[in-house]
Design a protein around this ligand. Structure first.
Ligand code: F6R
Length: 241
């Protein structure tokens, strides 16, 4: 695992942006895996800036997001589809019909998981997957205990995860209890993974990810086994390494 320490959040975002643009420019039909949450917001702002200044085009790209809440429609401001539309997709030239997230309002979420997994497989390997890190070691919404060989599936969200994400909702009761997430195996099949971490609150999780035992009880630990992972973090997040 390559570890890049940056002086702050903005430089972390810039380094991630450079890697993503490199991937888009190197591939004729780039396939990107994207994440939501607070951590990649700076990355998406920088990508929009680079697009606006003519340095990159996403016309040939396809994107697959990691996850979506079950029960939220695309126009719900708390859905990840809404987040991606507003923080990235509506500001760049990525074709609408190649920007994929699991459908949170699918009538049959299990069927939606199978459909989504098949779409990822049909697109070929993900060239670059962006990940954030949950305090409990989750990647995507793969909570502790998720089998390493899992593929896209429905998950019951951990109470700690619901509490961590409650800041975006009116109250904790409004935070969905289930989500659809790419599985760990799905994520591990990406050619390259860029994991972004920022802030002191992630320091313990980063330490466990890098130095801890590889165990399903700490899902991100599996990244130790991937041959092309770049961990980009600011000083606070990497302070316990
Ligand atoms: C988001 C996702 C999650 C987040 C993680 C960190 O699509 O899959 O695994 O990356 O919860 O979230 P933040 O960045 O808000 O700390």
């Amino acid at each position: 695992m390559e570890i890049i320490q940056t002086p702050n959040y903005d430089v972390m975002s810039q380094r991630a942006c450079d890697l993503l643009i490199e991937t888009v420019q190197q591939s004729e039909r780039p396939v990107l895996g994207l994440a939501t949450g607070s951590t990649p917001e700076g990355l998406y702002k920088q990508l929009i800036e680079q697009y606006e200044s003519g340095k990159v085009t996403f016309k040939q790209a396809t994107t697959f997001n990691l996850d979506e809440y079950v029960g939220l429609t695309a126009d719900d401001p708390n859905s990840y589809r809404y987040y991606m539309d507003n923080k990235l997709f509506h500001h760049i030239d990525l074709p609408d019909d190649r920007a994929f997230l699991p459908k949170g309002d699918a009538s049959n979420p299990e069927q939606e998981c199978r459909t989504y997994e098949t779409m990822i497989q049909n697109a070929g390997q993900v060239d670059l997957q962006v990940l954030g890190l949950g305090l409990n070691g989750h990647i995507g919404f793969n909570e502790p205990g998720t089998p390493f060989d899992s593929r896209t599936h429905v998950v019951e969200l951990d109470e700690t995860t619901r509490q961590a994400n409650a800041r975006f909702f009116a109250s904790i009761d409004d935070v969905p209890t289930r989500a659809i997430t790419m599985g760990i195996n799905t994520i591990m099949e990406s050619k390259k993974i860029v994991l972004l971490v920022s802030g002191e609150k992630k320091a313990d999780a980063v330490k466990q990810l890098v130095n801890g035992e590889v165990t399903e009880e700490f899902p991100a630990s599996i990244l130790q086994k991937h041959e092309n992972v770049v961990l980009i973090g600011d000083e606070e997040a990497l302070s316990k390494l």
